[in-house]
Structure formats: structure tokens, C-alpha cells
Design a protein around this ligand. Structure first.
Ligand code: ACM
Length: 622
């Protein structure tokens, strides 16, 4: 019998055994530094006591809150209170922040035995240990959960593990931002890069410049359909006003929410480019104040940018001061990307400034701009991050570079002794790019970032020396929302790729294994996300891919890409639905001589989410 490539990859019937033997990571994402799986199971019951040494610590409060919402355990109890008292309960969980002995930065140790769980970690480490513990809980019924025994020692590879969201091209409300932060926290991400201003909207209230939101947060209409390329439909708009912004009060609420999850927000205020919304509100900050500017209604770049005048700097300093009052983190992202400098080239003022400041050209002017902003931000005790264009014309002395146009920017920054965060589109870090080439994917900006590409990305370029490599402080994926107008689509583009990126940020390269991730751990995580109410791109059945196979006999072995999901298939070329054949065991097919079969399959999750369909074409022709 001719076996397809598909067959050799999988052992469907023995999967239960297979999973246990081949899953050293106990199903945890991101893969921990070290895992020793045990044999028994700890049972969480209504009587289970959770003993803690620091009841007011924010990680402990997070866990107490989680247990309450999940209907688990009687209470979280201060260990001091039970000292000397006899505890009669069988199963206890102990969480310790105060203990002797060293752990790596942000690390934790989790020991799960049949009747006891002990978690040790300091600060963020405790929080990450709690996330692991939560991932391991299988809720069996109300008040009950089982947790597999094992010992986990864990700590992150990189200190910066970021996820970006563009709330300008489309706006997402406070509740959704919290949901986004929740899923980041589940996978131990710790930086939320919040892209708050751009050409198409200004989305953060600034008290000193109220028109930024009164005028700048609203656009008259939005381009629909593709904006560029062969499939572009020119001049098609939705004729619908669009807007939204966060009040300072809402921002404080989100900052607190993120802080409770050990996530630091990196706010981005774009300059000098991507500033059309600000110019619509305050034309005096442009190089041509007599012109009328309107908030961008389509995508792509615009020529009008902030003009480097003293008035503009005074305003930007005041804006940044308010931003720094809202966001306590070390970094303020000042954008810096895609400034085409057309307006500067046309400006007599800029020409004179280049001469006065002995700058070489408009690139020098961009560097001058960024340096002035950096000096101000530094004077206020903070640091700037910029997109890799801030290298042009000379890097500001203390700037951290976010490398997005490939790795060149990050490499150059590290070689200059500056910190860099890797977020290259070429490395699968642009989550606005399509996840497959199928025409069943939703409209997107283009690019190609399948999850295996995201997973494979290695953030430390081989050209760097050991010392230079230390400047690669982490990794981030970006989610631009030109073609993403709804929360559901944000989630579709985010998940599951974010889990692949999170593993790159957290796990040592030697602990990464795509097969282990995608076939053994991801299905479990996707079932968790399904229950938690997240949308995501359901991967096609494991073992299925668009392929053409030649021969007469085939055995098709598939596995659902989500635990508990079902696979449906057709053999007549029709797109499968839940009304077609349900796949439950390997199928042996004999193709008549001269014949061909299109075996199409999809995955449907417990909540009804579906994958795109894939086609295995089997041909029996000489
Ligand atoms: C970018 O994608 N323009 C940073």
C-alpha cells in the first residue's frame, strides 16, 4: 500500500499514549525551562486550602480572584493564621513569595504532588507560576479540578516580550483592551505596545490640547476594500463617520489592569510622521499652517508631518508630559517610522534649520527631531523607543530600537551598543499578514506569516557577538488594524500566532520544537481559549495540508487541531460542513484506476469555530 506523507506523521488511535510519552512540557505554553512530569494527579476540591505568605501581594490577589471566578477552593488563607493549628484537609496549595534560595530573574518553581502543591516565586515569578498552574488545571465539575503531578522550574529567556495593538486605524474599547491583556498574561507576555496616535486618529485625551481628540479622533469616513495593489478599488469609502478615544481616566484604569497582570504598557505617540490627525487639530504644528488638514480616511503614508519648530516641540513636550503622567513604565515609544520628509524638503524653515544646525540633509533633521525629543524624555526620567528609522541620520544617545524592516535595524543598534527589540515582518512578527495563502482567509493587508514562520523566528541574529547579543532585549509581534475592524478579527489574527511568539520570547531556543508545540500543546491551549470565549484561527486538521498525492491506496490519519473538536470531510470536492461525514478513525481509500479524489476536511471546535478547508488530492493515473 502506498502511504501518504500524512500517515507517517501521526498515530491517531494511540494518541492518548503518544501524547503522554511525547509531551515533556505537560502541555504548557510557552515551554518551561525544565519539566519533570509525575504520575499522579492533585485534586482541587471545595475543601482544598490555599495557604499564602503574602495575602496582599498583587499576584496572590490575582490568583484569589481567579479561584473565586472559577469556583475553586474554599479560601486563600494567610499561612501565619494557621501556624500551630492542625490542618486536617487532605489537599493543600502553598504559594510562597518569601523563601530562602535564589531563583533566576522572574523565575518560579512549581512542585505538584498528589496531596500538595508548592509554588515559589518572587514578584513576576509568582505571577508566571500562577499562570502555569492555571494552565494545568482541568476543571472537572463545579468546585473540582485535577492537576497533573510534576515539577517545573522556569524563567524567561528575554525580559521584553511584547504584543502591539494599533487602536487608530480601528478603535477598540476598554473592555476589549482588557480581554487582550488577559490573553497576553496567560502566555506570560509583559509589554503591551499601545499604538495610540496616527494619521487616521488621535486616541488619547490630552488635557492641554483638547482638539487632539475633539477634532483628531474623528474621521469623516473610511476606505473600504483594498487601498493598494492590483485588487484595489479606488475611491470606495464607507461614508460613515468613525471615531473614538480613551479618556485619561480610562487609560488609568487600563494601566492598573495591566499592572495587576505584570504587563507594562509602552504607549506610542507617533512623530514626526503619522501625525496627520494631530495636524487636522492643530495645523500650526505643520510646516504649512495655512493648509487645511483632515484626519486620514485611507491607509498608507501621508506627506504632512510635524514641523520641527520651537512651537511644535513645546507642544510635544507638554503632550509627552501628560503621557508620562499616565504611563509609569520606563519606555515611551515615539514612533519615528516612515517619515518621507516631503513637507520638510519644501519648507524654507526646515532648509534654514538644516543650515543653522549644520545638519547634512533631511535625514539629519529627523535625527535632530528625535534627539530633541529624547533629551526631553530623558530629562523626565524616561527613555525612548523608536522604529528602526530613528537610526537614519544618527541614533539618539539612549534610544532603544524596534527593528521592523527586517533585522538590519536591530543588528545596527546592538552593534552600536543600543538595546533593540526584534519585531521583523520578515520573521513572521506582523500579525496583520495572512496566515495562509488560501482564498478562504479574510481580507488583509497582505504579507505572509503562517504560524510556523512566527514560531521559527530566532530573535538573536548570528552575526552579533556575545556582548552585542545582550542588547537584543526581546521580541514583539505587531497588529496593525487597517483591515481589522472588529474585536473578533483582532483575535483571529492574533491567535494562535501570539502563542508561537510568546514561546520565542520566553523559552530557550533549545526547548523549542514546532511539532511538540503545534501537535501536542497547541490543541490543548486552543481548547482553553475556545472555552474562554476567544476567537482564533482554527488550524486545519493535523496531518492535512493542501497536497497532491499519486498512487492507488491511501491511508488518511488526521487529528483535530483543537482538543475536543471534530473533523468533517467530503470526497466529492464540496466544501465540508458539519452536515458532512465526521472523521473518527483513519480511512483507507482505494482510488479506481484513472480516478482522482479530492479529500477536503475542516475542524469544528466545541464552540462552533471552523478552520478553513484543506484538500488532499489523490490521483491514480499513470
Ligand atoms: C511600521 O510597521 N510602520 C512600524
Amino acid at each position: 500500500m502506498m502511504k501518504s506523507r500524512i500517515v507517517s506523521m501521526l498515530l491517531l488511535l494511540s494518541f492518548g499514549v503518544f501524547a503522554q510519552e511525547k509531551a515533556p512540557n505537560m502541555g504548557i505554553v510557552p515551554a518551561p525551562a525544565s519539566v519533570k512530569a509525575g504520575r499522579d494527579t492533585f485534586r482541587f476540591e471545595p475543601e482544598t486550602i490555599v495557604l499564602v505568605d503574602s495575602p496582599n501581594h498583587k499576584a496572590i490577589k490575582f490568583f484569589a480572584d481567579y479561584l473565586k471566578k472559577a469556583n475553586l477552593a474554599t479560601s486563600v488563607t494567610d499561612r501565619a493564621w494557621v501556624k500551630g493549628k492542625k490542618i486536617t484537609v487532605k489537599n493543600t496549595v502553598t504559594l510562597l513569595l518569601d523563601f530562602k534560595g535564589k531563583l533566576p530573574e522572574d523565575g518560579y518553581e512549581l512542585k505538584i504532588e498528589e496531596h500538595s502543591i508548592e509554588l515559589k516565586g518572587r514578584g513576576a515569578g509568582m505571577f508566571y507560576g500562577i499562570q502555569t498552574l492555571i494552565q494545568l488545571m482541568n476543571k472537572t465539575s463545579v468546585g473540582y479540578a485535577s492537576i497533573p503531578c510534576g515539577t517545573i522550574k522556569d524563567s524567561p529567556r528575554f525580559p521584553y516580550r511584547g504584543m502591539h495593538l494599533d487602536v487608530v486605524r480601528h478603535f477598540f474599547d476598554v473592555d476589549f483592551i482588557k480581554k487582550y491583556l488577559d490573553v497576553m498574561a496567560m502566555y506570560k507576555l509583559n509589554r503591551f505596545h499601545w499604538h495610540l496616535t496616527d494619521d487616521q486618529g488621535w486616541r488619547i485625551e490630552i488635557k492641554k490640547y483638547p482638539k487632539l481628540t475633539e477634532v483628531g479622533s474623528k474621521r469623516a469616513q473610511t476606505k473600504i476594500g483594498r487601498a493598494a495593489g492590483p485588487k484595489a478599488i479606488k475611491g470606495l469609502y464607507d461614508n460613515t463617520p468613525y471615531g473614538g478615544f480613551y479618556t485619561q481616566e480610562q487609560i488609568r484604569e487600563i494601566v492598573d489592569y495591566a499592572n495587576a497582570r505584570y504587563i507594562t504598557i509602552v504607549p506610542e505617540i507617533e512623530m514626526p510622521s503619522h501625525s496627520l490627525a494631530a495636524l487636522a487639530a492643530y495645523p500650526e504644528f505643520s510646516c504649512d499652517p495655512n493648509k487645511t488638514y483632515k484626519v486620514g480616511e485611507t491607509w498608507g503614508g501621508f506627506d504632512d508631518v510635524f514641523c520641527p519648530t520651537p512651537e511644535t516641540f513645546t507642544a510635544l513636550y507638554a503632550i509627552l508630559r501628560e503621557v508620562m503622567d499616565l504611563f509609569p513604565g520606563e519606555y515611551i515609544h515615539i514612533g519615528g517610522d516612515e517619515c518621507n520628509k516631503v513637507a520638510w524638503k519644501k519648507s524654507d524653515y526646515c532648509r534654514q534649520l538644516i543650515a543653522d544646525e549644520k545638519l547634512n540633509n533631511v535625514d539629519g533633521l529627523q535625527s535632530y527631531f528625535v534627539r530633541k525629543i529624547e533629551k526631553y524624555v530623558n530629562s523626565q526620567g524616561r527613555r525612548i523607543i523608536g522604529w528602526d528609522e530613528i537610526l537614519e541620520g544618527g541614533l539618539a544617545p539612549d534610544a532603544t530600537v524596534m527593528s521592523w524592516r527586517g533585522e538590519r535595524g536591530g543588528i545596527a543598534a546592538a552593534q552600536l551598543g543600543h538595546d533593540a527589540i526584534m519585531t521583523p515582518g520578515s520573521g513572521g512578527m506582523y500579525f496583520d499578514h495572512v496566515q495562509s495563502h488560501s482564498d478562504q482567509e479574510p481580507l488583509s493587508i497582505g504579507g505572509f506569516a503562517p504560524i510556523e514562520k512566527t514560531y521559527a523566528y530566532e530573535p538573536v541574529p548570528a552575526v552579533l557577538t556575545k556582548d552585542q547579543a545582550k542588547h537584543i532585549i526581546g521580541v514583539q509581534a505587531n497588529l496593525w488594524t487597517e483591515y481589522i475592524a472588529t474585536p473578533g478579527k483582532v483575535e483571529y489574527m492574533l491567535l494562535p500566532r501570539m502563542l508561537a511568539m510568546a514561546e520565542t520570547g520566553w523559552s530557550e531556543a533549545k526547548n523549542k520544537d514546532y511539532e511538540n508545540f503545534s501537535e501536542l500543546r497547541l490543541p490543548r491551549q486552543l481548547a482553553i481559549l475556545d472555552k474562554a470565549g476567544y476567537n482564533y484561527r482554527v488550524p486545519v486538521p493535523i496531518g492535512a495540508a493542501d497536497t497532491v498525492l499519486k498512487g492507488d491506496k491511501f491511508s488518511i490519519d488526521l487529528k483535530p487541531s483543537v482538543e475536543g473538536a471534530k473533523i468533517y470531510y467530503t470526497i466529492d470536492g464540496a466544501a465540508p460542513t458539519e452536515n458532512d461525514l465526521e472523521y473518527s478513525a483513519p480511512i483507507e481509500l482505494t482510488i479506481p484506476e484513472g480516478g482522482a479524489i479530492n479529500f477536503k476536511s475542516i475542524v469544528v471546535t466545541a464552540s462552533g469555530k471552523r478552520s478553513i478547508s484543506t484538500t488532499i488530492k489523490m490521483i491514480n493515473k499513470k
